[in-house]
Design a protein around this ligand. Sequence first.
Ligand SMILES: Nc1ncnc2c1ncn2[C@@H]1O[C@H](COP(=O)(O)OP(=O)(O)OP(=O)(O)O)[C@@H](O)[C@H]1O
Ligand SMILES: [Mg+2]
Length: 242
Amino acid sequence: MIAIKAENLTRRFGKFTAVDQISLEVERGEVFGFLGANGAGKTTAIRMFCGLIKPSAGDAWVGGISIRKSPRSIKKRIGYMSQKFSLYEELRVSENLDFFAGAYNLSVSEAEKRKDEIVRQFQLEDFTDRTTKSLPLGWKQRLALGCAMLHRPEILFLDEPTGGVDPVTRRNFWEMIHNLAAEGTTVFVTTHYMDEAEYCHRISIMNHGEIAAMGQPAELKKQYDKETIQEVFVHLIKSDLC
Ligand SMILES: Nc1ncnc2c1ncn2[C@@H]1O[C@H](COP(=O)(O)OP(=O)(O)OP(=O)(O)O)[C@@H](O)[C@H]1O
Ligand SMILES: [Mg+2]
């Protein structure tokens, strides 16, 4: 089953094309790594998938819903962890969970149930009364993922969820991502950490708004005759600069 499909998806800002006719398909339960240099167009593409900005051309379907025709209906089906920190720093952890439960229109009883489940699943028990700003970054990111999961979305868009997070916490985060995928959640994730790219089922590498390569990490290493995804990435971005 296809969870995310893009067909010639394009976004221009004035004369500048940030996302240039990208096409891709992501299967249900897949962990798809959306890689690319700074400014390649990843966040712009994700914001289109989430129905937050309109495509200039092309279309995409998220959970079968067209982002062009019904951008508002997508919200119920997805969780979105934005690149910029999206939690309210002054609120306590439990208050952030309450806020997002309200934003997703959960009933009072469902909100209580899901809050308890998320606190347990993300091991936030010792932090619920702490203000969000007092948490270490890795725990803030866990909370942000928890908030994005409150309404049990079938598709998760994670935009650099581990940026600035230490290696052990990053590994824990990726364990959680794989557990979610094993339960059938589709995870579309951006990262600049090439070790994380190796944990994805498939990846794409984006450059100047276009997808330069796409496939399983092992396939891409073979195709470009490189030992690591880092080398494939550098090769693709460098060959563009030459
Ligand atoms: N609202 C906007 N108006 C004009 N230009 C924009 C706007 N949003 C993004 N851009 C431009 O589009 C390009 C792609 O930006 P985007 O944020 O999608 O890149 P990215 O791949 O997410 O980069 P990073 O890895 O740094 O997060 C950049 O050149 C950016 O300056
Ligand atoms: Mg970005």
